[in-house]
Design a protein. Structure first.
Length: 411
């Protein structure tokens, strides 16, 4: 069986990690309509977004070791098939409770797909190249993030939110067909690891104890927390507080995706000129500027679409830098445990996002404050981590890893 070309691998990585924004951004413009169509509260509607994040994160604890043991392709095929079935069920859901249940199942299936994308990156590329490859894949993710809100806005405005969910099902079916026909396994049999409980526990401890993993994972967690604050609050802030239509809101999300793509291009240029850690430091300055301006505009009672959007564009551009560097950095030290490292990174990000979304759902007050002040707080924390922990521990080196049970002390 011939190996995939590097270009095809980048395409698949982008497709895998891009399924997350497709599942969320495309659905955002139709969220406000759910309160009317299904008789749901704002908190229940927000759970259609945040309720899938916890199973998305926790499921990766199972998917990661499974992919390290049996390979990436079997896990991908199962995950994509389950994701597509769940997306169809979501589009047909008769009640808000049914929709929430199927979105949770969809999140668990999505965990297999996104985790595999990060693991495939480490399978195919050495650490120095992995960051640049992830940046290219994040560009592809940005393109998908552009398509999502525009398509979702048009569908929500003219056809209804169910058609937006049907579009997600179509994406899953297309990805399933492409993986079945063109994807070649990236994890050789000699690099697969056992699923013995002692070996798994040793692997988890090895990942969590690595200072580079902790630094990069904390960076990805915090920058994603700011984005999640925006995603959870903005459908209501932009349409009900600031007066945009669902289509106009979709265009606003599209504009942020454009700047996210610009951030991935900027990341590659900065990497060549400055190196990894200085690139992240520059991105952190952009993040902090964005959040601070947003907070100042709110304090000055100037929080309007025309003032908030430029600050969000800057945040999105910096997010493209942080995610490209952070996701690659988190898995790079673990060539034989990429699935486990990818899974742990995903668990940390999604668990935090779930908690943030749940808190925001209870504290929406009909103003811009939960969104703007929330992003301000996360931007400060991003800068602190980028300028301290990442600078101290951001260099990635391979570590000794469990290859068979005999290597585990006491096993």
């Amino acid at each position: 069986m011939s190996a995939m070309s590097p270009q095809l691998m980048v395409l698949f990585i982008a497709m895998m990690i891009g399924i997350h924004p497709i599942s969320t951004d495309l659905f955002l413009p139709g969220m406000s309509a759910l309160t009317r169509d299904l008789g749901a509260s704002v908190a229940q509607v927000q759970l259609t977004l945040t309720g899938m994040l916890l199973p998305f994160g926790l499921s990766q604890l199972a998917w990661g070791p499974l992919s390290d043991r049996f390979g990436r392709k079997p896990v991908l095929l199962v995950g994509l098939a389950a994701f597509t079935v769940a997306a169809v069920a979501c589009a047909l859901a008769p009640t808000i409770d049914a929709l929430l249940a199927w979105r949770s199942f969809q999140g668990a299936a999505m965990g297999a797909i996104v985790m595999s994308g990060r693991a495939v990156l480490r399978d195919g590329f050495e650490p120095a190249e992995a960051v640049r490859v992830m940046s290219r894949a994040q560009t592809g993710l940005g393109v998908l993030a552009c398509v999502g809100p525009l398509a979702g806005g048009v569908l929500a405005e003219y056809a209804g939110w169910r058609w937006a969910l049907a579009f997600i099902a179509g994406y899953g079916a297309l990805a399933l067909a492409l993986v079945a026909l063109r994807f070649r396994e990236t994890l050789p049999r000699e690099r697969r690891t056992p699923m013995h409980p002692v070996a798994l526990a040793h692997n988890w401890v090895t990942v969590l104890r690595h200072p580079s993993f902790r630094a990069w994972s904390l960076l990805t967690l915090l920058t994603f927390a700011g984005l999640m604050t925006f995603l959870t609050t903005s459908p209501f802030v932009f349409t009900e507080v600031l007066g945009l239509s669902r289509l106009q809101y979709g265009v606003s999300i599209f504009s942020m995706s454009v700047f996210y793509i610009a951030g991935t291009f900027l990341c590659r240029r900065l990497l060549a000129a400055l190196g990894l850690r200085k690139t992240v430091a520059v991105g952190a300055a952009m993040t902090l500027t964005s959040g601070t301006l947003m907070g100042v505009f709110t304090l000055a009672d100037m929080a309007q679409v025309w003032t908030l959007l430029p600050t969000l564009w800057l945040y999105a551009m910096a997010h493209g830098i942080h995610q490209s560097c952070g996701q690659a950095g988190a898995v790079s030290p673990f060539p034989r445990m990429a699935g486990a490292a990818s899974a742990m990174n995903g668990v940390l990000m999604m668990s935090a996002a779930f908690l943030i979304g749940g808190w925001l759902g209870r504290h929406m007050d009909g103003t811009v404050v939960p969104m703007t002040y929330g992003i301000w707080v996360w931007s400060v924390l991003v800068a602190l981590v980028a300028w301290t922990l990442v600078q101290r521990h951001g260099e990635v080196k391979d570590v000794g890893e469990v290859r068979d049970l005999s290597e585990v002390p006491g096993a």
